[in-house]
Design a protein around this ligand. Structure first.
Ligand code: NAD
Ligand code: UGA
Length: 464
């Protein structure tokens, strides 16, 4: 079999960009991305895509209607596909056993049941979502228990490593592509088909084939290692603030060791994003279920440290503002969990803002890419507060940062958007309350320069 028709269930941050790149690089393959959400599919077919990702618009524009299609017709896309990616969300469970930690696989299971229901002929089913180890076994079980005559399946694991904000670059030049499959002739044939797709643009030496379980665990382990580096440098940042060392200098010195490397050592207000937290907690839960308590405790610390870092920063803001922010106006720059994305899932900004709002601060929030409704719902949802009406009155969303700082007591930088580095902070100072404070939770601006202007400045991992 040569794959001619690919379907992807889930048109989200992974399914959309990944399949757009596949369509772009493989003009000989028809790619259908399907989703239960009518709104999302409508957006993919419009001029304003549902997600902001540098370079994505151009790729979609070139392929849409040529060999890339977005639709809600899941049955037809599955029926016609030779290979089906499952790229649905796998959040932490919010109910029942493992609540708050175990991965919720209900969407994955629904996909498996849908495929079993409508598939005809032979299908390769590819687990693209991040899942607990041995999830592929459950998918295979559901498929085989529902197989009809003339229908057969092979299940592969092909986790995604793209980071938001650099998704297209990561997809075009991946450090590695993992393809996990069954150790059988059929399994190897399926691995060969998926490898053939990636060969359109990824060199062979960057494609790793491995067992399904190793592939699944490698994804969780990779995110755990990355998050651990951020928590490690953030732990050092607390030591720097207490001792007078500078975390940027320490990170540079440590990262120069080629065995350690310099990437992912940027101290911050904490890591966010839809995956680090949930994947770490999933790893912790798996370890606990296997009675590996020391392993669970070890990884739990990475997320505990992240919570400590976010809380520490929020408390520092309050402490510096004479121990009260009640009725004070704070201009918040950045709400996304990192630059170059409009995604706010698990954003440290959400956490810090909620903390400040609970203390009665008025927040003037500006983010270049996050929509007003998103910020409002993030801060007033039941998850964020038990008093949404009070919080609603305290938040004001701005589309101009220079308006956001008028009469503010402080500027709080929570996302590392490049444009924050080039603002006219002198002009901003002139309309702020005095003493004016600047809290840089991302270490992105020239602190000496803003201090020279007259700001009282605080940042992560450094004492002035
Ligand atoms: P997302 O929430 O942006 O998108 C998931 C989509 O799946 C949604 O549009 C939803 O409507 C759809 N969906 C859910 N159930 C469905 C069903 N039964 N049938 C059809 N559509 C259905 O999620 P995401 O960020 O794209 O993440 C998807 C997976 O990829 C997760 O497991 C995540 O851990 C993993 N991952 C995410 C990233 C990232 O940067 N966001 C990176 C690597 C891996
Ligand atoms: C991360 C991984 O980098 C991807 O490889 C993975 O595919 C993805 O999770 C996933 O599974 O969802 P992402 O969350 O999009 O990607 O973004 P990162 O660049 O990893 O940043 C995560 C968070 O850590 C951000 O809040 C970022 O600001 C923070 N961070 C990152 C730091 O605070 N310091 C650093 O040095 C690096």
């Amino acid at each position: 079999m040569v794959v001619k028709n690919v379907c992807c269930i889930g048109a989200g941050y992974v399914g959309g960009p990944t399949c757009s790149v596949i369509a772009w690089k493989c003009p000989d393959i028809q790619v259908h991305v399907v989703d239960v959400s009518q709104v999302r599919i409508k957006q993919w077919n419009s001029d304003k895509l549902p997600i902001y990702e540098p370079g994505l618009d151009e790729v979609v524009k070139e392929c849409l209607g040529r060999n890339l299609f977005f639709s809600n017709d899941i049955d037809q896309a599955v029926r016609e596909a030779d290979l089906i990616f499952i790229s649905v969300n796998t959040p932490s469970k919010t109910y029942g056993i493992g609540k708050g930690r175990a991965a919720d696989l209900k969407h994955i299971e629904l996909c498996a049941r849908k495929i079993a229901e409508v598939a005809e002929g032979h299908k390769i089913v590819v687990e693209k979502s991040t899942v607990p180890v041995r999830a592929a076994e459950s998918i295979a079980h559901i498929l085989s228990a529902n197989t009809k005559p003339g229908v057969s399946f092979q299940v592969l694991s092909n986790p995604e490593f793209l980071a938001e904000g650099t998704a297209i670059e990561n997809l075009l030049n991946p450090d590695r592509v993992l393809i996990g499959g069954e150790e059988s002739a059929e399994g190897e044939a399926a691995v060969g088909e998926l490898t053939w797709i990636y060969h359109h643009w990824v060199p062979q030496h960057n494609i790793i084939t491995l067992s399904t379980w190793s592939s699944e665990l490698s994804k969780l382990a990779s995110n755990a290692f990355l998050a651990q580096r951020v928590s490690s440098i953030n732990a050092i940042s607390a030591l720097c603030e207490a001792t007078g060392a500078d975390v940027s200098q320490v990170a540079h010195a440590v990262g120069k060791d080629s065995r350690i490397g310099s990437k992912f050592l940027q101290a911050s207000v904490g890591f966010g994003g839809s995956c680090f937290q949930k994947d770490l907690l999933n790893l912790v839960y798996i370890a606990e279920c296997l009675n590996l308590h020391e392993v669970a405790t070890y990884w739990q610390q990475v997320t505990d440290m992240n919570e400590y870092q976010r809380t520490r920063f929020a408390k520092r803001i309050i402490g510096c503002l004479f121990n009260t922010v009640t009725d004070k106006t704070l201009a918040v720059f950045g709400f996304a969990f990192k630059k170059n994305t409009g995604d706010t899932r698990e954003s440290p900004a959400r956490f810090v803002c909620s903390h400040l709002l609970e203390e009665g601060a008025r927040l003037n929030i500006y983010d270049p890419k996050v929509e007003r409704q998103q910020i409002e719902s993030d801060l007033t949802s039941t998850r964020a507060t038990n008093d949404p009406e009070r919080i609603e009155k305290l938040i004001h969303i701005y589309t101009d940062p220079y308006q956001a700082v008028i009469d503010a007591h402080a500027i709080v930088i929570l996302t590392e958007w490049d444009e924050f580095k080039t603002y006219d902070y002198k002009k901003m100072l002139s309309v702020m309350k005095k003493p004016a404070f600047l809290f840089d939770g991302r270490k992105i601006i020239d602190h000496q320069a803003v201090m020279n202007l007259g700001y009282h400045t605080e940042t992560i991992g450094k004492r002035f």
